[in-house]
Design a protein around this ligand. Structure first.
Ligand code: 5GP
Ligand code: MN
Length: 338
């Protein structure tokens, strides 16, 4: 495919007009996002499907390794997201679109569905120097991948209908913590206003996404709060969840969403950490931090990534080992003023 609008030929970065031209030139699409999809991943996949349909495309498949979390299951199109467990025999997309992640490794088994010959489009807002795609728009100045997609609709002159607006609003509202995090910029609010003008019910969406919690999540929260520890004169707070907790309270992975914020929200805390034992040899780490601590840079040493203020990693070591190591290094960095 000719690259009509290359911005940086080496990493194949281009502007959104170039992305839109590339999408217009294709006829069948596979859309995916990172594993354990959050509101931005789900909302962006569905908004991209709406965008392509508005361009007159009909052959569109959305796939993810993990199910759409129940708090997003009401979004228009959510019921059509396939699980990567069973690949349709006739699947032959001529374009693959990766959203809210810059590397195929973040997609899990769904990456096995990518035909080697189909160009990979990447639209993402994570800190990633070397995205995997051949047509990439990666810009951490956007609060959410959903905010990039609003820009794509505007650039391509595609009207945003109510269904697309609901998906985009969920994407942006969740990644900005309800327009409260430092990634919320004037553009974020301007685009949210456009979505309100498309007729969405923002109060109802906020209630579904931010307020209602499953009884299982409530039970997890009880345990997590009870175990919260503070270190470094209260500048670090951390807690943990074991695999046994998850089974005992019948929690799903989606019930973990937002729990780390309780560590970060304690007054004086600069770094909040949640450690989760996924199995006896694997620990998922989630960090929320305020500057100058760079959570993504810190977790890059453990094979993770994300943003300065919010990052994650999956570490192949037992919970106790990972917790001791990360707490020690965090305290040291806080002492050095980093
Ligand atoms: P969370 O802690 O909520 O899982 O993730 C926080 C941020 O870090 C999200 O933007 C997420 O995409 C990113 N992130 C989480 N886990 C990983 C990981 O294992 N690798 C990378 N590169 N990013 C991650
Ligand atoms: Mn995101």
């Amino acid at each position: 495919m000719p690259e009509t609008h290359p911005v940086d030929a080496i990493s194949q970065r281009m502007d959104l007009a170039g992305i839109a031209d590339g999408l217009r030139a294709a006829s069948s699409f596979l859309i995916t996002a990172h594993i354990n999809p959050d509101g931005d991943a789900v909302g962006s996949m569905l908004a991209m499907a709406h965008f392509l349909r508005a361009l007159g495309k009909t052959d569109i498949v959305c796939v993810n390794d993990d199910p759409v979390p129940s708090i997003y299951a009401w979004l228009p199109g959510a019921q059509d997201v396939l699980s990567s467990d069973v690949k349709p025999a006739d699947l032959a997309p001529d374009a693959v679109i990766l959203l809210d992640a810059g590397k195929k490794a973040r997609v899990g088994r769904a990456a096995e569905w990518f035909p080697p010959t189909a160009p990979l489009f990447v639209l993402d807002h994570h800190l990633e120097e070397h995205p995997d795609g051949v047509r990439c728009f990666v810009d951490p100045s956007y609060s959410a991948t959903g905010e990039i997609l609003v820009d794509l609709f505007l650039t391509a002159n595609v009207p945003i209908d109510k269904a697309a607006a609901e998906c985009l609003y969920v994407a942006i509202a969740t990644d900005t913590g309800g327009f409260r995090f430092s990634n919320t910029k004037p553009r974020t609010h301007r685009y949210a206003a456009l979505l309100l003008e498309a007729g969405i019910d923002a109060a109802q969406i906020s209630s579904r996404v931010f307020e209602v919690m499953s009884p299982e999540k409530f039970e997890l929260l009880r345990r997590v709060l009870d175990r919260m520890q503070r270190e470094a004169d209260g500048r670090l707070a951390y807690t943990y969840i074991t695999a046994r907790d998850m089974t005992e309270v019948c929690a799903k992975v989606e019930d973990l969403d937002g729990i780390v914020n309780f560590a970060r929200n304690i007054m004086g805390v600069e770094v909040g950490i949640l450690f989760r034992e996924t199995d006896p040899q694997t620990t998922k780490v989630s960090i929320r931090a305020s500057a100058p601590f760079n959570a993504a840079a810190f977790l890059a040493a453990y094979g993770g990534g994300g943003h300065k203020a919010a990052a994650g990693a999956t570490v192949h070591a037992p919970l106790n080992t990972v917790r001791a190591d990360i707490i020690e290094r965090t305290i040291k960095l806080l002492g050095e003023g980093k």
